[in-house]
Design a protein around this ligand. Structure first.
Ligand code: ATP
Ligand code: MG
Length: 424
């Protein structure tokens, strides 16, 4: 019978990789929590309507990337393609926006039916941050500063750069859209196919086209900056001043539009040139209109999401994964002979209790000293604690450093912990 395989674009994360994931997730979690952000856990499946109404009917995501299905009741459900919509739904549903502000973060899988390639998958993972009820550019700046701090913690600051833009008010976008369409209609023949289609559906996305000829035509297109409303202009310069004052370098990219309809005013992306075409590792912006659009009271909001796979690829390709990040255990307890197993378990328990996070493996399944030492070596342990029948009878163990040149020594049971700590 043919073996069943994983779905294309949906990857297993194997034990050789999970330490890096854990390191990354731990680093992000510690950082965002140090800024006072609280975790929210959200369902992976939502009503399809939620994404249609928030992300926008004529975006790539909703038009062709969603995993949508009918459940047994006949309701149309969708595997979440991103986290913001569900987060807005949840905070609204639980009355968390009434006279209060929120600073939240979430992590988990997202699903988009895209063409799988390096850095682009059908199940991928994001860590996102969303804030609600904060109107000024200071919170936009805080989010950007926080993300910059994360790159510092991960040691990848030199490999990422920041692009920012303002998409203005919805009215400014409406007026600009008309001007852009007016201009591009005079060049329809030269536009790439996607852009031609977007001319009627989502013209701002054309600014984002990677097609060289379309890019050429866009050179002379009307500039959004000239259409920016006063409020957005002030907001944007406020943001820039805060970034400047905090030593955050950025490039204003007037072509940065983002692929989701709900953004207005600030948008930003962190990009790297180390991963080929899939260079955006973190992206976000302001979406002041979304809560109301989904039936709530008008609430300012801003957030971002980062792609975990891409950031892990970046950590690996730039060799920034710390050496300590591995599955290696600290201590391997070698136990051979009659009656030693029970004591071996007890010694291992004492070791685990002796220091938080200490990783201790006990040999399972018996075997000779020789075969157990092989396993100890393979485990990456730095110390072996050896217990045979003689040791058991004398109330001692042998503590043997496996990585350093140091000598092994025999110690009484009650001196074992001390001896192991010294050898680590
Ligand atoms: P891109 O322009 O690369 O398609 P996007 O604008 O669709 O990205 P967002 O919806 O803003 O991406 O998602 C935020 C981040 O999630 C991206 O910057 C990226 O790091 C990651 N991401 C998005 N789609 C995928 C995917 N299919 N596979 C892996 N990571 C992804
Ligand atoms: Mg995309």
């Amino acid at each position: 019978m043919a073996k069943i395989q994983a779905i294309r674009g949906m990857n297993d994360v194997l034990p050789a990789q999970t330490p890096i994931w854990q390191y990354f997730e731990r680093t992000v979690r510690n950082l965002v929590q140090s800024y006072g952000y609280q975790e929210i856990r959200l369902p992976i499946v939502e009503q399809t309507e939620l994404f249609k109404r928030s992300i926008g009917e004529v975006t790539d995501i909703v038009e062709k990337e969603m995993y949508t299905f009918e459940d047994r009741n006949g309701d149309s459900l969708t595997l979440r393609p991103e986290g913001t919509a569900g987060c807005v739904r949840a905070v609204e549903e639980h009355g968390m926006l009434h006279n209060q502000t929120q600073k939240l973060w979430y992590a988990g899988p997202m699903f988009r039916h895209e063409r799988p390639q390096k850095g682009r998958y059908r199940q991928f993972h994001q860590i996102g941050v969303e804030t609600f009820g904060l109107l000024g550019p200071d919170i936009d700046a805080e989010l950007i500063i926080m993300s910059a701090r994360l790159w510092e913690h991960l040691g990848i600051s030199e490999y990422v750069s920041l692009q920012i833009n303002s998409l203005g008010s919805s009215e400014a976008r409406r007026v600009y859209r008309e001007a852009l369409v007016g201009y591009l209609e005079g060049h329809v023949e030269q536009l790439d196919e996607d852009s031609r289609r977007r001319l009627s559906s989502n013209p701002l996305r054309i600014l984002d086209s990677k097609d060289p000829q379309t890019q050429q035509i866009l050179q002379d297109a009307p500039n959004f900056e000239d259409y920016l409303d006063e409020e957005s202009r002030v907001h944007f310069s406020g943001l820039r001043a805060l970034l400047d004052a905090n030593g955050i370098r950025y490039e204003v990219n007037p072509r940065l539009v983002r692929g989701l309809d709900y953004y207005g005013k600030t948008v930003f992306e962190w990009v790297t040139d180390q991963l080929g075409a899939q260079g955006t590792v973190c992206a976000g912006g302001r979406y002041d209109g979304l809560v109301e659009q989904l039936g709530g009271k008008s609430t300012p909001a801003v957030g971002f999401a980062m792609g975990i796979e891409r950031l892990i690829l970046l950590l690996e390709s730039t060799e920034k994964v710390p050496e300590t990040v591995s599955n290696n255990v600290d201590v391997f307890v070698v136990a051979a002979g009659d009656g030693v197993q029970a004591v071996a378990f007890q010694l291992a328990e004492q070791l685990r209790r002796s220091r938080e996070g200490m990783k201790v493996l006990v040999n399972n399944g018996g075997g000779s000293f020789k075969s157990q030492f092989k396993k100890a070596d393979k485990s990456g342990a730095r110390v072996a604690v050896i217990l045979g029948e003689n040791e058991l009878n004398n109330g001692v163990v042998v503590v043997k450093p496996l990585r350093m040149g140091a000598e092994q020594r025999e110690v009484k049971f009650d001196a074992m912990i001390h001896a192991v700590h010294e050898s680590l």
